[in-house]
Ligand binder design. Structure first.
Ligand code: SAM
Length: 312
């Protein structure tokens, strides 16, 4: 279960948020502290065992610490996806709340490129916070969206990085969302990424066993302490085993990142309705493939939100 805590973000990654930003709305439209906890409890009562907090940037929310502490009391594994900028302020709460798995987005290992992709100047902060997480023994996955002519020349550098750094890099195929000017000619496929990696590392590549519901295909290089993986939602979707559900910051449930349809749980919760039937029907109505997008040609035709307003 992914719960987005906010649509706000302290970065402006061009593939995620439109250049002009998104229309911010009054606080009333979004789940407050009590509603986030109530929603989480209902999902847990239906069998959810893992909750990942996301956004926007989850750690920019004023009550993020309170939410993490409260959710950590539930019988779940709690995880976070963050851009890493504020992580240093959260180390104590993450440790005390038993949050072990942290995904940090990092699209480039070079400062200029990172700053130009994210349209902000936080490269050094993110790198130092990744190191801080590793020093504190968190399991750190690095998310990198790979795009042609932007950072595809760094795929092997990221893999090389795993030699001495205990990070788990995940290369993500560029996905279409509203406002991100998606065009597959700018995307890099799983096959093309693997080709580059094979050319450099050849027989040293080890195919790891994927977990039952992994969205990533996992690999390592002989003798490297970290690993790498590829998330190929475009060219090799994994919908048959994907068990992710998403709750947006404004309380709408989505059964797929690509789904056009949403179920308004927050309005129902505020009216005092039982939202469990709504949740179940949302799950049962999940489309077989990519929220109903069956071919690459169909991408971009279906209305969706911006990624920052869904929660990755
Ligand atoms: N702020 C947090 C962060 O930076 O990780 C959490 C939210 S962010 C939307 C979650 C993930 O979505 C990031 O790893 C980001 O790279 C990924 N993402 C955003 N837009 C994407 C796109 N168009 N294609 C693929 N992944 C995307």
């Amino acid at each position: 279960m992914r719960i987005s805590l906010t649509e706000r973000c302290n970065l402006r990654c061009f593939y995620c948020m439109p250049e002009e930003g998104i229309q911010l709305r009054p606080r009333f439209h979004f789940m407050n502290f009590e509603e986030v906890i109530e929603m989480a409890k209902i999902f847990v009562s239906l069998g959810v065992k893992k909750i990942r907090l996301t956004g926007g940037e989850p750690l920019v929310r004023n009550d993020a610490e309170q939410i993490i502490r409260e959710l950590s009391k539930l019988p779940i594994e709690l995880a976070i996806t963050t851009n890493g900028i504020l992580v240093n302020d959260f180390i104590p709460v993450l440790l005390e709340s038993n949050v072990k798995n942290i995904n940090v987005s990092l699209d480039s290992l070079t400062k200029d490129k990172f700053n130009s992709i994210s349209r902000r100047d936080y490269f050094d902060k993110v790198i130092s916070n990744i190191n801080l997480l590793l020093e504190n023994k968190f399991h750190v996955k690095i998310n990198a969206v790979i795009m042609k002519g932007v950072n595809d020349d760094e795929v092997c550098d990221f893999v090389e990085w795993t030699k001495d750094k205990n990070v788990h890099v995940r290369f993500i195929e560029f996905m279409p969302f509203d406002g991100n000017k998606w065009d597959w000619s700018r995307g890099v496929s799983l096959e093309d990424m693997l080709k580059k990696i094979r050319e450099r590392f050849g027989k040293k590549i080890i195919r790891l066993t994927d977990g039952k519901n992994d969205t990533a295909k996992n690999y390592a290089i002989e003798k490297h302490i970290g690993t790498f993986a590829i998330i190929s939602s475009i060219t090799n979707p994994f919908c048959d085993t994907c068990n992710r559900m998403r709750l947006t910051a404004d309380g709408k449930m989505k059964n797929c990142l690509f789904s056009a349809g949403e179920t308004d749980l927050l309005s129902a919760l505020r009216k005092g309705d039982d939202i469990k039937p709504l949740i179940l029907s949302n799950v049962w109505n999940k489309k077989a493939l990519r929220g109903g997008i069956n071919t690459i040609e169909d991408f971009g035709k279906q209305k969706n939100r911006t990624m920052v307003a869904i929660g990755g």
